[in-house]
Design a binder for this molecule. Structure first.
Ligand SMILES: [Zn+2]
Length: 288
């Protein structure tokens, strides 16, 4: 082969090789539908099947998890016959390995489906961290390895979140707050939902610490079903710290007794009745 051709061929080859090494295999995240999400949830949870999820007719408004799962929710709007006492944002599954905290949301939505009387205007988010739940082995954090309940932009985040994680949790990966507040699509969307919906109260459901925690104004509920009030204090970047402390929106944290075993049907109902009773007493005070 004459030299110029050889050189040309070599240059071409080198060019192609450099292209190959630069071009990372680009992974397009496939965005899934609510139907696909329900299929996955039904396969994962023992107490909620695909149909239990589909019949809720969850909607989404452009919020997606890191892996493209919709951040589905359901609104129980005000009724024309009655002015609601206030707005309640009810959320479960910010930690993906707390199965019961997600399953119970579907049970409570079933109650609202039957009995929604316009007393409150609800937004219900059954699972804020679907990627965590739907990994082969469910995990607390989202798909980026971030503990979403440490990723909210509380005033103390910059000074304390990473410091706390390093010095107090010894870099426990389960508590990683992210590199910066609101670094995750799930927390960005939830924060936007708070700003747009402007709830009077936020209720976040977790497991397995068997207690009720409370942050913010209003008088905390003494007990919900068998769960008793025990104030735990807050962490940098937690929802209680951010919404309860900085935004002044009362945050009730419900910690079910077991992450893997659902409360009895009776206990699920008693908790619900107690929640509604507490809201009925306290929200009018919040609204003055
Ligand atoms: Zn939790």
């Amino acid at each position: 082969m004459p030299i110029p051709y050889l050189r040309f061929t070599l240059t071409l080859l080198l060019g192609l090789l450099s292209l190959l090494s630069v071009a990372e295999p680009h992974q397009d995240i496939k965005r899934r539908t609510i139907t696909e999400l329900c299929y996955e949830i039904g396969n994962k949870l023992g107490s909620v099947n695909e149909e239990d999820c589909l019949k809720q007719d969850l909607v989404q408004n452009g919020g997606y998890s890191k892996q493209g799962r919709p951040l589905g929710y359901k609104i129980y709007p005000p009724l024309s016959t009655r002015k609601p006492l206030g707005k309640v944002l009810l959320m479960g599954g910010i930690h993906g390995d707390e199965y019961s905290a997600i399953s119970i949301m579907f049970k409570w939505m079933d109650k609202l489906n039957k009995h929604h009387s316009g007393l409150f205007h609800w937004t219900v988010i059954p699972c804020l961290n679907p990627d965590g739940l739907l990994q082969r082995k469910a995990q607390r954090q989202n798909a980026n390895g971030v503990d979403l309940n440490r990723n909210f932009p509380s005033k103390d985040w910059d000074d304390l979140a990473l410091k706390y994680w390093k010095e107090r949790t010894y870099k426990n990966p389960r508590r990683f707050p992210g590199d910066r507040p609101l670094s995750e699509s799930e927390t960005i969307w939830f924060d936007k939902t708070i700003k747009e919906f402007q709830p009077d109260v936020i209720i976040a459901v977790h497991a397995p610490h068997r207690l009720v925690d409370f942050d913010g104004p209003l008088r905390a509920p003494k007990r919900l079903g068998n769960l008793q009030l025990r104030l735990l204090g807050t962490y940098p970047g937690s929802l209680g710290n951010y919404a309860g402390g900085d935004l002044g929106i009362p945050v009730v944290t419900v910690e079910l007794a077991s992450a893997g075993i659902m409360p009895s049907a009776g206990e699920i109902s008693r908790m619900w009745v107690d929640i509604v009773r507490w809201l009925r007493t306290e929200i009018p005070k919040a609204r003055g």
